[in-house]
Write a protein that binds this ligand. Structure first.
Ligand SMILES: [Zn+2]
Ligand SMILES: [Zn+2]
Length: 244
C-alpha cells in the first residue's frame, strides 16, 4: 500500500522544498522567485509562427488568407481550435522533460504563465479547463499530472473551473512511438471516458496539455467530449512537434 503512494509523497516533499527555497530562472540564471523570469517567458512565447488555427501545425503556405491546413480541411479533427505556444524544440523540450521526469514542479507554473501570455483574451468565453488526464498507472508512477499543474495558474487567472475527475483516461496510450500512424489511431480508441456528463454537456472546453505530437490523443479526447455533448473543444498546448 505504502509503495503505491511513495511517488506521490516524494513529489510532494520535493514541491514543498522547491517552494521554500529561493530559485533562479532556469533559462538565464538570474535570481528570481519563479522557475522562469518574465523576460524568458516573453522570449519563449513564440507568436511569430503562422499556425493552422485548428491543429496548431505550422502552415507551409505563407498565404495570409489561409488559416486551416490541408490536413484539417480534408479530414477535420473533432477539436475546433488549437493554440500552440511554441515548437517542441530546444530549449523547451528539455524544460518539459525536467518537469515530467525530474519533477521540477515550479516549471509547471512557469509554463502556465506562458500559456496565459500566449492565449491573451482568446478563451474568455470558455466554460471549463480540462487538463489531459493521465491513466491511473501513469499518475501513480509519476506522482503528479503535469497538465493539471500547468493548468492551475490558468484556472486562477481566468476564474474558470478545472475538470479533474469527471473525465478519465482508461488506459495508458503514451508509448506510441513505435507504432505506425494508423496503429496509433487505433491504439487511441476508447482511451478516455466521461464520468460526469453534466460538466461537459453544452460547454466550451479548453483542453490543456504540455506536448502535442501527432495529435491523436487530443483528437480522441475531443471526440469523446463531443460524444458527451461538448459544444466546442479548444486545445491550449505548450509545445508541438514541428511535423506530424
Ligand atoms: Zn530568465
Ligand atoms: Zn491543421
Amino acid at each position: 500500500m505504502l509503495q503505491k503512494y511513495r511517488p506521490w509523497m516524494s513529489a510532494l516533499a520535493r514541491t514543498f522544498a522547491q517552494r521554500l527555497l529561493p530559485s533562479d530562472c532556469q533559462m538565464c540564471g538570474i535570481s528570481n522567485s519563479a522557475a522562469l523570469c518574465d523576460a524568458c517567458v516573453i522570449r519563449l512565447v513564440d507568436t511569430r509562427a503562422s499556425r493552422c488555427t485548428q491543429c496548431g501545425l505550422t502552415l507551409m503556405s505563407s498565404a495570409p488568407t489561409e488559416t486551416i491546413c490541408g490536413a484539417c480541411q480534408s479530414e477535420p479533427p473533432a477539436f475546433d481550435q488549437t493554440l500552440v505556444v511554441t515548437d517542441y524544440a530546444p530549449p523547451i523540450d528539455s524544460l518539459v522533460q525536467d518537469l515530467k521526469f525530474r519533477a521540477q514542479l515550479p516549471l509547471a507554473s512557469a509554463f502556465g504563465h506562458m500559456l496565459i501570455r500566449a492565449a491573451g483574451a482568446s478563451f474568455q468565453a470558455a466554460d471549463v479547463l480540462l487538463p489531459v488526464p493521465l491513466s491511473r498507472e501513469r499518475l501513480a508512477q509519476r506522482g503528479f499530472n503535469q497538465a493539471v499543474e500547468i493548468a492551475r495558474p490558468l484556472a486562477r487567472a481566468w476564474h474558470k473551473p478545472l475538470i479533474i475527475d469527471s473525465c478519465v483516461r482508461t488506459r495508458d496510450t503514451s508509448a506510441q512511438a513505435a507504432l505506425s500512424l494508423t496503429q496509433r489511431r487505433v491504439n487511441m480508441r476508447g482511451a478516455f471516458a466521461v464520468r460526469d456528463r453534466r460538466v461537459i454537456d453544452h460547454r466550451h472546453i479548453v483542453v490543456i496539455d504540455d506536448v502535442m505530437t501527432t495529435g491523436h490523443t487530443l483528437r480522441e479526447l475531443a471526440a469523446c467530449l463531443k460524444r458527451h455533448g461538448a459544444a466546442r473543444v479548444s486545445n491550449l498546448v505548450l509545445a508541438r512537434t514541428p511535423t506530424r
